[in-house]
Structure formats: C-alpha cells, structure tokens
Design a protein around this ligand. Structure first.
Ligand code: ADP
Length: 803
C-alpha cells in the first residue's frame, strides 16, 4: 500500500519567478523569457497538468539553481499562452493551491520537481468572521492612506468569506517585498497568516503617513522658496524701474569683492569663499544664513594685510616719552633699550614688556606713548576677571551668539596687524572649569606660536607675530608663573609728594584745563593748594585721584565762568574746601597719640604701599591667640611666631612665666577688610602684643616692617621703596627697618631720605627698645578692661572663631 504522503506527491515542471509571487486563487499574467522557463511552460502545456510557480530568493540571479528558489510555491494552471512583441511568451496562469517542493527531479531542459500539496489549517466560523472584520478594517485604512488601490479591488475583496483566501488576496495586492509575501504564503495556519498580514499592513500604513508628511513639508518649502524668489525678482524689477543703483550686485558677490579687497591669507580666503558659496544657496532668512553672514563680516573686517610702518627713531621716542611723562628715568631708559633692540632685529623674539605698579602711576599712558613714538595704532583690553578660555580664544561658531575672543576683537578695533596691544591687569586672570585663560594667553604671547594664532570662532589662523604686546599688573606675585617667565618686568613703585606736585603742575593741570576748554588765564592752582590736594584729598601711590580732583576743580571753574559768577579762579589752600568739599584724609595723623597695644605696620597692597595700625587687646582667658582683619595664613603664622618669641622673653619684659595661660590675645589689623598677607608685619604684631602685655605705650610716630623668627631675629622684607614712600606720605618720619634692607633704601629719592630717621634692626629686642615708651609717656592710659569690655571682646573673638 502506498502511504498517504506518496499519494499526494506529484511531479510538475517548475517556473521560477523573479520579483513576483503568485498566490492561490489569483490569476496573473506573466512574461516568460528565460530558456528554462519557456521549456517549463511548454512541458506544462504538453501535459496539461499544471505548473509549479515558485519565487526566487534573489531576483538578481539569471540562472538560479534550486537553492536560490523558495521551496513553498503555488501550483498553477496555464490559461493562455501568447507570443509577446519582444519575442517572449506571455502567459496567463491561475494559482490553485499551495505546494512544497520536496525534490528536484531534473533541471535540464527545465526544472521538474516533485511536490507535496499543502492544506490550510482553518479556524471556526466565528473566529473567521472576526479575522475577516479585522483584516478588512485594516485594509480599508491602508487604502485610505495610500490611495493607490482601485475601488473595484476593494469591492471584489469585500466579497471573500474565507479568511485564508482573504489574506492571500490582500497580500497579492499590496506592494511589499517578495520575502514578506513569501512568509504569508508559507504560513498555513490561517490565524497566524492573518496576524502576519495585519502587522505588514500596519507597518505600511505608518510608512505611508510618514511619507505623506515629508512630501507635504518638501512641497511647502519649495513653495516658500519659489515665492521668495519670485518676490525678490519682482523687487529687483521694481528697483530697476525706480533707478536704484545697487540692484546689480548680489550680497554674495559683494562679499566676494570684499574678500579680495581684504587681502585674506590663502587659507582664510578659501574658507571665506566656501562660506559665500554656502550663503548663496541658503534662503535669505534662514537662521544659518545670519550666522554665516556675521562670520563673513568678521573675516573681511580684520586687517589681514594692513601694516603701519614703524618709525623707530630713538631720539624722537625719548622726546615723546619725556613729553608725556614726568620722571620715570629708569623706566624710560629701559623702554628705549627695548625699542633699540626692535630696531636692530626685524622680528625680535624677546620678552614682552610688563609694567608692574599700583594704579595711576602711568602704566597705560606709557604704553600709549610707545605707540605714539612708533607710529603704531594702540588698543587696550582688560584681563581683570577673565576666567574663561573662550574670552581669549573665542567661542566656536556652533554656539548661539558666538564671537571671536578679545584678542581678535582688539585687532579689529586697532585696524592694523601690528598695533601696540596693551593687556591690562594680567595679574587678575582667574581660571576655573571653563579652561585656563593663562594657557591661551601663553600662545598669544609666544613668538614661536603666535604667527598662527587660532581663534575658535575664526577657524583660520591669524598672524599676531607683528603685534607689540605690553602687559600691566598691580603686583607681579599673582601673575601666572609661565606668563611671568615670558615677560620683562618693569616696576613703577609710585611717586613721592614732590614728584606728584611736578606731575600735577606740568602734566595734569594743563591736560585737564585743555579738556575742559580752559586755559591758565581762567584757572590757576597754587603749588601749596596742590600739595593740600595731594595730602588731604588723595591717599595713593599714583596720581589717578589727583587727576580726578583737578578735573573736579576744572568742572566747577567752568561752571562759574559760564554762569558769569567769576572771571578767573585761583585755588589756594584756603578756598580749596569750596571746590572739593571737606578733606578726606588727615595728613600725618594716622595715630595721634602714643597708645598701648597699637603699633604701625608698613605694608604693600595692590594699591601701593600703605601704613596700617595693628591693634592688640589682652583679656583674661586661657591662652588663646585670635587674629582678625582678613589676614592670610602667613600673617597668622607670624603672629604665632611673635607670641613664641614673647614667651621666651617673659622675664625681660617683667611678665610672669606663665602669663599666656591666663590671658586671651586678640590681634586685629583694620583697614577696610582688604585681604592682607605676608610675613612683613611680624615685628609690628610682636611690638603691639608686647605693649599690650606690659602696658607700655608704642610711639605713634614710628612705623615698622620686618619678619620675625621664633628667637626674635628680624629678617629682611620686600617693597622697601613703596613702604617708605607710604610712611612719608602719611607724615611718619621714624621708620624701623631690618638691617639687611639697608641697601634698598638707596632706591628712595634722597630728598625723602633726608627727612626720615631710619632705625636698622637685627633683633626684636632693638625694635622694642626703639618703639616702646615708658608707661608715663602714654597720653591715654588703657587700663585693663572692665568686666563688660572683657566679655564683649570675648564675644567678638568667639564670633571670629566660629566663622
Ligand atoms: P595706570 O595705567 O598705571 O593705572 P594711567 O596710565 O592710567 O595709570 O595714569 C593715570 C593718569 O596719570 C594718566 O592721565 C597719566 O597720564 C597720568 N600720569 C601718570 N604718571 C605720570 C607721569 N609720570 N607723568 C605725567 N603724567 C602721569
């Protein structure tokens, strides 16, 4: 007996199909061209039995072998055969049922295969109805969104009552891949087949929706740009009609001309032209176009090939420096030397000049004079508080509102490639997480690198090698070390009173008069009045406030003249208050009387030298030392050192050996909460504490400076000139200095030195001997604080500790 499988096994010729799949119960017309396929058709026709229609996996293959052909296909019946115009056969076949190829019997001249018939695994009526409903709804939706299915198809499909058949028919009508259709064909379980088809339809619906949206957008865009184009053409026509001139040249063309004129370097030029091309292709109002336009504006406005000619005539330079500045002999000499080297070497790789000094000593105006002497343009930027690398180097163009950094901005302002470029306050650079601006500056200042300085915004290198950079700082300590190494520091310590009078008389007064439209017939300021202004209205190392006060006088004079109140104004010490208000400082009166626990220190701050009082109060307690007044660590340590020295000297000072166990000591250095640090107040602190402990007053007309060691040795300190000038300014003529600083006193002008009495010391004992008076000499006796004061002092100390 034959098995049931064998009964169903039959053999048929096979036609392999490319790009098409025939489902059962569908009739289709095919064109047959390949020899083997034609033979298969002939065989089928001859036998009248049928033909297996299987799709090819890969449509590219012209002569497929069995492994290139899907095994599941459809048994079809040839209904019609005709010769087509191209000489191929055109056949009409009707799909009958699914079959699976079990083996290939021959492959020449045609494939003949043995197949097994496949049966659908159906579902119950109710489920069938549900599936049909779901399929129809989905298909209708598909038809609605794609709109490429004829209405008749929908009607004929709607009549099908078998879900398996419905799946086949729908699958035959949708343009999905052969692989997807093949899956539907291979699925015999009707429910599963329906689910697969539903998935396919859903995906197609989604795709169709997306496509529609994209099409719509593209269409709108095209319409918009067409409209804009049309309007612009109209506008041009109107302008032409009206006789406007600049209608002939487009924006892009204008940029191209500017690029050629601006003399960009090769790389920059290429980049700029590329951007112009890009701009041309963009709609005018596009956001990107604005960015490109700004960028191009920047590129063409930089002085790529503008160089001013240097005029290095040393005598002339000297004359100009003298014309603009009083004194500063050494500074001027060094500037002249520097210029002389520049004259000899075309592109000197020498250091950058750095003027260090307090505000108002003429750092900026010296740089301006240098520019004037050389005949170069002058620009100035301030680096104070710059903490972001991008401020130096610019932001990348991808940032909204990006701009080049300050260097390139400065160059644009200068309008030449070789200006004198002043960078103020290089000591105030900060750095944080946004990068290190000092590192960027290093590249700017380094002659090896700065001929190809790259700004993030520009994206093309700019040559800074011809720029003459000059920097300024208030103090050289806080300049980042690697920067400092590149610079030649020229210190301008500040002016004496006499120098200020000279500067005032010969420079500031004439300058301010001119600026206010006055001359010497309108206003004269007596020398004594000028001295009074310096002493009572300013307290500074430079002359900036002096200049301001003179400007105030000029303003008020101008008002008086214009209002007809006066014809001429003479300023004397007597009428000065009328113009400048009540005096702000009391000359020579830092402390009026000898006091216990108050000693005067000489210090150097950002604004030059200064005299500061150091106050000490001693109260009952447990040996605590509190130091307040914004003091740095080094200063606090000198306080500790001073304390240790005094403990070792308790016997000499007439104090009990364990005195420190029963007292709390509070050291305070006032002066407006300016941060103070450094070891140079060591002897002052020790002196003030010794005074407070022994109840012996300190001389109020003595100021001191020096570092103290644990054994009481006095070590040398820096900034002697500034400190001595500050004491002189404040009207203090007795000064205690470390002996090792004796040589530094030579920097102080002789006329000032003559007025001073300087005591040089090696040891703290000498300081105490020179500064402490006998108890009777005190003008105001600080008795030990009463209980209330004691408590208040302790509260303050506690507050400070807990902060
Ligand atoms: P800085 O840059 O050091 O803060 P400036 O250069 O701004 O100081 O100087 C302040 C003002 O003082 C300027 O008007 C300057 O011309 C003037 N000045 C400073 N030093 C001198 C001097 N030696 N001779 C003449 N004028 C001076």
């Amino acid at each position: 007996m034959k098995s049931s499988k064998e009964e169903t096994q039959k053999s048929y010729p096979l036609l392999s199909l490319r790009n098409i799949l025939v489902f059962p119960k569908s009739t289709i017309s095919l064109e047959v061209g390949r020899a083997r396929s034609v033979k298969a058709v002939e065989l089928a026709q001859a036998s009248g039995m049928g033909l297996v229609l299987c799709s090819q996996k890969d449509t590219e293959i012209a002569e497929p072998s069995p492994e290139h052909i899907y095994t599941v296909g459809t048994l079809g019946l040839i209904k019609e055969v005709a010769k087509s115009v191209s000489g191929n056969l055109r056949i009409v076949v009707e799909g009958l049922r699914r079959v699976k190829v079990t083996s290939y019997l021959t492959s020449d001249p045609a494939f003949v295969v043995s197949v097994e018939e496949l049966e659908d695994v159906g579902v119950g009526r109710q489920e069938a109805d549900m599936l049909i409903k779901a399929l129809m709804e989905q298909y209708e939706e598909y038809v609605r969104v794609t709109r490429n299915v004829p209405a008749e198809t929908l009607i004929s499909i709607a009549a099908i009552r078998d879900p398996g058949h419905l799946c086949d028919t729908i699958a035959a009508h949708i343009p999905v891949s052969i692989a997807e259709k093949q899956q539907i064909l291979e699925t015999l379980e009707v429910r599963e087949r329906a689910e697969k088809l539903l998935d396919v339809l859903e995906k197609e619906i989604e795709l169709a929706g997306l496509e529609k949206r994209i099409n719509l957008r593209v269409k709108k865009q095209i319409e918009k740009s067409q409209r804009e184009y049309w309007l612009r053409e109209q506008m041009k026509a109107i302008q032409k009609e009206l006789g406007d001139k600049d209608d002939s040249i487009s924006e892009a063309e204008e940029f191209r001309q500017k690029i050629e004129k601006a003399g960009l370097t090769g790389e920059a030029r290429e980049k700029a032209l590329r951007e112009v091309d890009r701009l041309e292709k963009m709609p005018q109002a596009a956001a990107e176009a604005v960015v490109v336009r700004t960028y191009l504006e920047w590129l063409v406005s930089l002085p790529w090939n503008v160089l001013t000619e240097d005029n290095i005539d040393i005598n002339r330079a000297q004359a100009i420096l003298d014309e603009d500045h009083y004194g500063l002999r050494e500074v001027k000499e060094r500037i002249i030397e520097y210029l002389a080297i520049r004259k000899l070497v075309d592109k000197p790789r020498g250091p950058i000049l750095c003027f260090v000094g307090p505000p108002g000593v003429g750092k900026t105006s010296l740089a301006k004079s240098i520019a004037r002497a050389l005949g170069r343009k002058f620009v100035r930027i301030s680096l104070g508080g710059v903490r972001d690398e991008a401020e130096i180097r610019g932001h990348r163009r991808t940032y909204i509102g990006a701009l080049p950094g300050r260097i390139i901005q400065g160059i644009r302002t200068a309008g030449s490639r070789n200006p004198v470029f002043l960078m103020d306050e290089i000591d105030k650079l900060a750095s944080d997480f946004r990068g290190d601006p000092a590192a960027a500056l290093l590249e700017v200042l380094d002659p090896e690198q700065n001929h190809t300085f790259s700004d993030h915004y520009l994206e093309v290198p700019f040559d800074l090698s011809r720029v003459m950079f000059i920097t300024t700082a208030n103090s050289s300590y806080t300049i980042p070390r690697p920067l400092l190494d590149r610079m030649e520091v020229i210190t301008i310590p500040g002016y004496t009173e006499e120098e200020k009078i000279e500067i005032g008389t010969h420079f500031l007064i004439p300058k301010e008069l001119k600026e206010h439209g006055l001359d010497s017939s309108h206003l004269s300021i007596r020398k004594e009045a000028l001295r009074e202004i310096i002493r009572a209205y300013t307290r500074e190392a430079g002359v900036r406030n002096l200049e301001r006060q003179i400007a105030t006088i000029c303003r008020k004079t101008a008002r008086d003249l214009v209002s007809g109140k006066r014809q001429r104004v003479t300023i004397t010490p007597k009428n000065i208050e009328k113009y400048l208000g009540i005096p702000r400082f009391h000359y020579g009166q830092v402390e009026k009387e000898n006091q216990v626990g108050v000693a005067l220190a000489l210090a150097v701050t950002d604004v030059g030298g200064d005299v500061m009082a150091c106050e000490v109060s001693v109260v009952k307690g447990k040996g605590r030392l509190t130091m307040t007044g914004q003091l740095g660590d080094v200063m606090k340590e000198s306080g500790q050192a001073a304390m240790s020295y005094l403990r070792s000297r308790s016997a000499d000072l007439g104090l009990p050996e364990d005195f420190y166990e029963n007292v709390d000591i509070h050291v305070h250095v006032p002066e407006g909460a300016i941060p103070k640090d450094g070891p140079s107040a060591g002897i002052t602190i020790a002196c003030a504490i010794a005074s407070a402990l022994t109840n012996r007053p300190v001389r109020h007309d003595v100021a001191m400076t020096g570092e103290i060691t644990l054994r009481g040795r006095v070590l040398p300190i820096g900034g002697v000139k500034e400190k001595v000038l500050a004491a002189h300014r404040a009207g203090i003529f007795n000064i205690i200095l470390p002996r090792e600083n004796k040589k530094d006193l030579e920097e102080v002008p002789p006329n000032i030195r003559e007025e001073l009495t300087v005591t040089f010391v090696d040891h703290m004992d000498q300081v105490l001997a020179a500064a402490l008076c006998d108890p009777e000499d005190r003008n105001e006796i600080n008795t030990l604080p009463c209980v209330d004061q004691l408590k208040a002092a302790q509260d303050v100390a506690m507050d400070q500790m807990s902060q």
